[in-house]
Design a protein. Structure first.
Length: 431
């Protein structure tokens, strides 16, 4: 009732044309986030995180001052648009009355740098709640958060900042160990659906039934996992690590027991598995670096286009119908004579410098910005994938080499983990 009353009050002071949720009066905020007026709350949030990442001040330190100011302003616009569209009541009012100052002036200053939640961003963009027990908290998020705190406290004393960096490094090391421990416990719990159903003298039939039950549980979880952000990519990446590590530890145990032929075969499989994984790591690292370089090149092109527009607007030449007209002051005759020699010596340079830079059209600039955003997300995903695979290797090593568990239990875990990895690698949204 209070909301309706407030709406009536706003309407009483509004004499202009109104819009609807389907056809908003103004689309500026939707255009800023590049979403449609009927976009869901999830789509709006995803767009906000995507664009705020690209224009976040922490990622523009290598750019020139003019571009940094422009990006900072764009970041404010993105934050402000999100603060309106993420609030159902404000979004409804905006759809009806547009950017009316009386309506939009109440508590909608956007999301500040301090309020940007890096952990929530990474969780929301990569895996969501479906993968929390598998991935845990991202170390990249902690690094991003720390870099932001460095940016906000850049005026602090050098000694204080050094102490903060040392404390951050120690905290990261503790968090890394705790993350591996927690994820290892989660994986053991998941595998126990199979391992706990077997005894040391279980028959082949009992083993098959236990494995079928385990596989059924895996398949039941996949639809929800596929719907998560980057769900299919995550299943394939983690599934690869599971399968590879399961084969590695099975072959290693084979190389340590049984007759000579079995040990030799196990050693060969273990060696092959190790090198295959190393080659995979190198390839993924190269892809990550390549994506980062492409993103940086895209940012450079966007920055160059912005700089060219800025410089062109400050030239004393105005472009009219394909001709150049000088709008600056004309030097006096003595001054002109004094500079004639200089003019002749740099004639070629002046010729090129006086050519006006044709600015990008709005459509060209929008496409360039979208390309930069896409490359930014691809580079971030590649870096995130490297982190996830690295963590999963550590988790698998801890689970499959657990000295507190018998060799038979570890073999059961390898069998279940290998099966889960194979199934995850085959999971697709099209099925």
């Amino acid at each position: 009732m209070a909301s309706a009353s407030n709406d009536d009050h706003v309407r009483s002071g509004f004499l202009g044309k109104t819009g609807t949720d389907d056809v908003p009066l103004d689309k500026t905020y939707y255009d800023i986030l590049n979403v449609k007026p009927n976009a869901s709350a999830t789509e709006i949030k995803r767009a906000y995180y995507t664009y705020s990442l690209q224009y976040h001040p922490d990622r523009t330190q290598s750019l020139d001052e003019f571009t940094r100011r422009e990006y900072a302003e764009r970041f404010k616009q993105i934050s402000h648009a999100y603060s309106i569209l993420s609030d159902p009541e404000k979004r409804t009012l905006y759809n009806r009355y547009g950017k009316d100052e009386h309506i939009m002036s109440q508590g909608s200053n956007g999301v500040s740098l301090e309020e940007f939640n890096a952990e929530e961003f990474f969780r929301f963009m990569f895996g969501g709640e479906e993968f929390v027990d598998i991935i845990g908290d991202f170390e990249l998020a902690k690094s991003f958060k720390y870099a932001l705190s460095e940016l906000l406290s850049e005026n602090e004393q050098t000694t204080d900042r050094q102490n903060q960096r040392l404390a951050h490094a120690e905290e990261r090391a503790r968090a890394h160990e705790e993350r591996i421990k927690t994820l290892s416990e989660n994986l053991i719990s998941k595998l126990s659906i199979f391992t706990d159903a077997l005894l040391s003298d279980s028959s082949a039939l009992e083993s098959t039934q236990a494995l079928d039950k385990f596989i059924e549980k895996i398949h039941a979880d996949i639809p929800n996992q596929l719907q998560a952000p980057y769900g299919e990519h995550l299943l394939h990446a983690i599934g690869y690590v599971y399968s590879t590590k399961a084969r590695f530890w099975l072959s290693k145990m084979d190389s340590q027991e049984g007759h000579f032929g079995k040990r030799l075969l196990g050693f060969g499989k273990n060696f092959q598995s190790t090198w295959k994984d190393r080659i995979h790591i190198v390839k993924e690292t190269v892809k990550t670096v390549k994506c980062a370089v492409q993103w940086q090149q895209s940012v450079s092109r966007l920055t160059s286009a912005t700089d060219d527009e800025s410089e062109n607007s400050q030239l004393p030449f105005q472009h009219h119908s394909g001709h150049l007209e000088y709008s600056g002051s004309t030097p006096s005759e003595p001054a002109a004579s004094a500079t004639s020699k200089t003019v002749s010596s740099v004639k070629q340079k002046q010729k090129s410098s006086t050519q006006p830079v044709v600015p990008l059209t709005d459509e060209e600039k929008r496409k360039l910005e979208m390309d930069t955003t896409a490359k930014s997300m691809e580079a971030l995903w590649r870096a995130t994938k490297l982190e996830i695979e690295c963590i999963q290797r550590n988790v698998c090593d801890q689970v499959l080499s657990d000295p507190a568990s018998s060799r038979q239990i570890r073999r059961y875990r390898c069998k279940a983990l290998s099966k889960m990895g194979d199934i995850w690698q085959q999971a697709t949204l099209s099925h």
